[in-house]
Design a binder for this molecule. Structure first.
Ligand code: ATP
Length: 199
């Protein structure tokens, strides 16, 4: 699995549709302060399902939409697409090439797509959860995160080790199963109350 390209259109400082192709080997992105290097990394986080506006240095999610400059009016929507070579099927999908896209309009409407097909956020999260690339993963280390990890609480650090070890998926499944079990217990209690009332 390899990152092939990233297309950013209307996201943060990228008012114009911009495609970055990643060749084999290492890619370095250089530019003056404030030229948008971090915005590129944030576009990657965002398209892979980031839900926290604060993690993207904003107050609300609509802050990621290009909000105008001296020479351009604000845009109405942000669109980011990321393409992976998945010929080794490292990502859990039968596709050999995968393009994941996320769109957000100012009215709050949003869309996620995999190879052009509308999907749920859950499908995006599930696609990346076991790959070490998910939104909580450590494949992207932002400025300040290393200090936060070292200064973090032991439970938080345990969470990091669990995420790296790949147990996050099972924790998520366990939490879902526990919620379902609790609902079923509530229903059972309700049924037993009704039976009691009828008896
Ligand atoms: P540094 O080297 O200082 O870390 P950088 O190259 O990483 O800088 P970024 O932080 O990615 O730069 O980009 C910051 C720029 O993006 C600022 O000029 C800011 O005004 C612009 N920007 C952020 N959000 C938006 C938005 N929604 N619309 C337009 N421009 C935006």
């Amino acid at each position: 699995m390899r990152l092939l390209s990233l297309t950013i259109d209307g996201f943060k400082s990228f008012a114009h549709k911009t495609t970055i192709k990643f060749e084999e080997g290492m890619t370095g992105i250089v530019g003056p302060n404030g030229s948008g290097k971090s915005n590129i990394i944030e576009a990657i986080r965002w398209v892979m399902g980031e839900q926290s506006a604060r993690q993207l240095r904003g107050d609300k999610m609509a802050d990621v939409i290009f909000n105008g400059s001296a020479s351009r009016v604000p845009l109405n929507r942000a669109l980011v697409s990321i393409t992976f070579d998945n010929s080794d099927h490292y990502l859990a999908s039968e596709f050999t090439e995968l393009t994941v896209s996320r769109k957000l309009f100012r009215n709050g409407e949003s869309e996620y797509l995999i190879n052009g097909q509308k999907v749920r956020l859950k499908d995006i999260v599930d696609l990346f959860i076991d790959s070490g690339l998910g939104r909580e993963s450590f494949s992207i280390i932002s400025q300040g995160r290393i200090a936060a990890i070292f200064n973090g609480k032991p439970e938080d650090r345990r969470g990091i080790i669990e995420a790296v070890a790949g147990v996050a998926k099972y924790q998520k499944n366990k939490a879902t199963a526990q919620r379902r079990l609790a609902t079923t217990m509530d229903n059972l209690n309700r049924v037993s109350d009704i039976i009691h009332e009828l008896a």
